[in-house]
Design a protein around this ligand. Structure first.
Ligand code: GRF
Length: 185
């Protein structure tokens, strides 16, 4: 039987979709965890029949409280890996301890360059010639955990931020499933 994984996402969900569309993915995406009721990723999960745990952090007293709830859901579903894909929250110690070494993120820059929000815009504004994509383990910092894999994307003189974003996304959608399959093999 395939290992079960949850994707945590707050936004569009193109990486979530790319994982669902990967025929030979060696794990089963068995849950979406989302903190944004209006996010497009929710529609993608509904269409694909993937269960959704939607939560509003404001309904809880603390990060610990909502993460304990998430943890219960993950354990009930037998989830053994967590893949972050545009989850706009820092993962706290409750989940980090329960899933040590089993929480992975994808970030649209060559970390440690351009961590945090709008990494593509940051690289574009900085005028660097290359940026890229990083897949890394999560720790308590923002985009600071151990790097698993990186792929370079060149910034062309003709690029706009939009065209660069499209190429980075294409790389993300190939790299994430590939790295996940390697990790789980
Ligand atoms: C991706 O660029 C990912 O690297 C970053 O957030 C973005 C999510 O995009 N962490 P999407 O929702 O998967 O389209």
């Amino acid at each position: 039987m395939k290992m079960k994984a949850a994707v945590f996402a707050s936004g569009t969900g193109s990486n979530f979709q790319a994982l669902l569309d990967t025929d030979d993915l060696t794990c089963e995406i068995s849950l979406l965890v989302c903190d944004q009721p209006g996010a497009a990723v929710i529609e993608k999960a509904s269409k694909a029949g993937i269960p959704i745990f939607l939560f509003n952090p404001k309904d809880y007293d603390s990060k610990e409280a909502y993460e304990k709830e998430i943890l219960r859901v993950l354990e009930n579903r037998g989830v053994s890996w967590i893949f972050l894909a545009g989850y706009m929250r820092i993962v706290g110690s409750t989940l980090l301890h329960a899933y040590e070494g089993k929480i992975v993120n994808i970030h649209p820059s060559l970390l440690p360059s351009f961590p945090g929000k709008d990494a593509i815009g940051q690289a574009f504004q900085a005028g660097v010639e290359t940026t890229g994509v990083t897949v890394h383990y999560i720790d308590e910092g923002i985009d600071t955990g151990p790097i698993i894999a990186q792929e370079v994307v060149e910034i062309l003189p003709t690029d706009t931020q939009d065209s660069l974003t499209k190429r980075i996304q294409q790389v993300e959608h190939q790299l994430y499933p590939k790295v996940i399959n390697e990790l789980l093999s």
